[in-house]
Design a protein around this ligand. Structure first.
Ligand SMILES: CCCCCCCCCCCCCCCCCCCCCCCCCCCC(=O)SCCNC(=O)CCNC(=O)[C@H](O)C(C)(C)COP(=O)(O)OP(=O)(O)OC[C@H]1O[C@@H](n2cnc3c(N)ncnc32)[C@H](O)[C@@H]1OP(=O)(O)O
Ligand SMILES: NC(=O)C1=CN([C@@H]2O[C@H](COP(=O)(O)OP(=O)(O)OC[C@H]3O[C@@H](n4cnc5c(N)ncnc54)[C@H](OP(=O)(O)O)[C@@H]3O)[C@@H](O)[C@H]2O)C=CC1
Length: 470
């Protein structure tokens, strides 16, 4: 009998960010392994043209939930969507809903965040810091609460090279920043942002660091744990390999390389590519929820969910495997033959951007214009280059994350829990994982049919003149 699965039985669980990448995998695994849980409250912000129920249905009627629909036929009844906007006071939750959440919640998983690197500091502070503070305040009023699990990122301290499972302070207190945001106008925020952020590369990582400080400062008597995943990728094993549904992180790069847009990138082939599958993150999260509630550690424990120190792989090896997978399973409508090189210095990057990225896009746009169609490639290319410029920081450096707490937790699990809630990345075969990842991008993100592979291969052969172009 799985102790973790049994623990969640009969529980009322509150999840923020449930409609996001991690949130969906979390709900799926919870309902599949603990179908007797009482209810999952999900805080969902209303979206124009969609009722809350429609948003829930859109999620649970997907392929990701295929298995769980069998195990838990009354899935709809288990998930209770609560209208909430984490940018508003009291999250704009109705009085009745708030009362129910406060009196019933046993476990909180706080996943919601803005993960955009370039978000305005005011918005990033609001969601990643102030909303975390408000949620902790709510949690402090929940008599039945057993554990509060906060999802942060391994890059919250990316200004350091070696990172331990501790909270590092930021130079300015988060409370001061929260207060200041109320009276600073946007012009002042823009001016002061670089000074506040210091050596953090973007507002995302900086505000996630502030969020951790808030968790530490407002923890009171709560049982809290923080999980820090690195770069979260497609599923490794569960519910099936390769599932992914957004363009964040490596996903957009795989699409851009597979369609032949991305031809060169400033990246260090030997830098550690600290990727972690999303199902591994969720397995650790559920194990941490159980451990925090049952063992009630005296202080807030931080768990690194990273791969680099247990099973390292570098960007060079991953890039090669991505490219060789394209040979077997090409993407449809490729602009050019997939091929990408790593370049090391800024001058060669400018050269390749001009020759390999901008020039072909302009030529293609002229061709579109001459044939009476709307030019679009230059715009797309500029967007891609902007995205790459934001990712470059993370693919030209290596970090070392210690994983004492994560390894300790692994040793606390029964053999059955180690199997059902497996977060041991030493067992991961990178080449197999990357192949499934690329296949998953094709199937689940681009929604391409596998039956179209011969046609995709022929398309590449037909575009022979641009096959070997730079
Ligand atoms: C398996 C790995 C190997 C990968 C290799 C692939 C290539 C093989 C070739 C070999 C050579 C290369 C090898 C190395 C390259 C590897 C790259 C991997 C990089 C990984 C770095 C990750 C860093 C992680 C750090 C921390 C992790 C976290 O904690 S959080 C998660 C990370 N967060 C993000 O990733 C968010 C990043 N996104 C943003 O910040 C913004 O979206 C943006 C600034 C990039 C763009 O903002 P903008 O306002 O311009 O656009 P937006 O409104 O967001 O979208 C407009 C339209 O554009 C589409 N879009 C968005 N992003 C992408 C994208 N990446 N690619 C393509 N298209 C994108 C979006 O859908 C919108 O479309 P429409 O709706 O149709 O308008
Ligand atoms: N993906 C990754 O590579 C990594 C992620 N993480 C962390 O994991 C967590 C989850 O990330 P991920 O799933 O990728 O992110 P997503 O962007 O996929 O999901 C973000 C979630 O937050 C919700 N949200 C955003 N703004 C609000 C708001 N104002 N009110 C209510 N809900 C809101 C979104 O809702 P909506 O659907 O309405 O937009 C969505 O459900 C984050 O804390 C992130 O920092 C850490 C390391 C890596």
């Amino acid at each position: 009998m799985s102790m973790i699965a049994a623990f969640y039985g009969g529980k009322s669980i509150l999840i923020t960010g449930a409609t996001g990448f991690l949130g969906k995998v979390l709900i799926e695994k919870l309902c599949r392994t603990s179908p007797d849980l009482k209810v999952i409250y999900i805080l969902v912000r209303p979206k124009a043209g969609h009722t809350l129920q429609q948003r829930v249905s859109q999620i649970i009627n997907t392929k990701l939930f295929e298995k769980v629909r069998e195990v838990c036929p009354n899935l709809h009844e288990k998930i209770r969507a609560i209208s909430a906007d984490l940018n508003q006071n009291d999250f704009a939750i109705s009085k009745e809903d708030m009362q129910e959440l406060l009196s019933c919640t046993n476990i909180i998983f706080h996943c919601a965040a803005t993960v955009r690197f370039d978000d305005h500091l005011r918005h990033a502070v609001q969601l990643n810091v102030t909303a975390t503070q408000q949620l902790l305040f709510m949690a402090s009023q929940m008599p039945k609460l057993e554990a509060f699990i906060h999802i942060s990122t391994a890059f919250s301290n990316c200004n350091l090279k070696h990172i331990d499972e501790v909270i590092y302070p930021c130079s300015v207190e988060p409370k001061k920043i929260i207060d200041s945001m109320e009276w600073w106008d946007d012009a002042i925020v823009d001016e002061i942002a670089p000074k506040l952020m210091g050596d953090w590369p973007n507002t995302y990582t900086y505000t996630k660091a502030l969020g951790e400080m808030v968790v530490q400062q407002e923890s009171g008597n709560l049982n809290i744990a923080i999980i820090r995943p690195s770069i979260v990728g497609a599923t490794w094993q569960e519910p099936f390999p390769g599932w992914v549904d957004n363009l964040n992180g490596p996903n957009g790069m795989i699409v851009a390389a597979g369609r032949g847009f991305l031809r060169a990138i400033r990246a260090s082939p030997l830098a550690v590519a600290d990727l972690i599958p999303v199902d591994t993150v969720i397995n650790l999260t559920l194990a941490v929820g159980w451990y925090t509630a049952v063992h009630r550690p005296k202080s807030t424990l931080i768990y690194h969910c990273t791969s680099g120190n247990l099973n390292p792989c570098n960007w060079g090896k991953m890039g090669c495997q991505v490219l060789s997978t394209f040979e077997k399973i090409p993407f449809e409508k490729a602009f050019r033959r997939p091929h990408a090189d790593f370049t090391a210095n800024t001058i060669t990057v400018h050269y390749w951007n001009a020759v390999s990225h901008r020039a072909p896009a302009m030529i293609y746009d002229i061709y579109l214009w001459l044939t009476g169609r709307k030019p679009r490639m230059t715009k797309l290319m500029n967007r891609l280059l902007r995205t790459i410029s934001m990712l470059e920081y993370f693919i030209n450096r290596s970090w070392e994350w210690s994983t004492y707490n994560t390894e300790m937790l692994m040793s606390e699990l029964s053999p059955e829990d180690q199997r059902i809630f497996n977060f041991d990345v030493r067992q991961l075969n990178w080449l197999e994982y990357i192949e499934n990842y690329v296949l998953g991008v094709k199937k689940y993100l681009l929604k391409e049919d596998m039956a179209g592979i011969p046609e995709a291969k022929q398309h590449l052969r037909r575009s022979f003149p641009v096959y070997y172009a730079p």
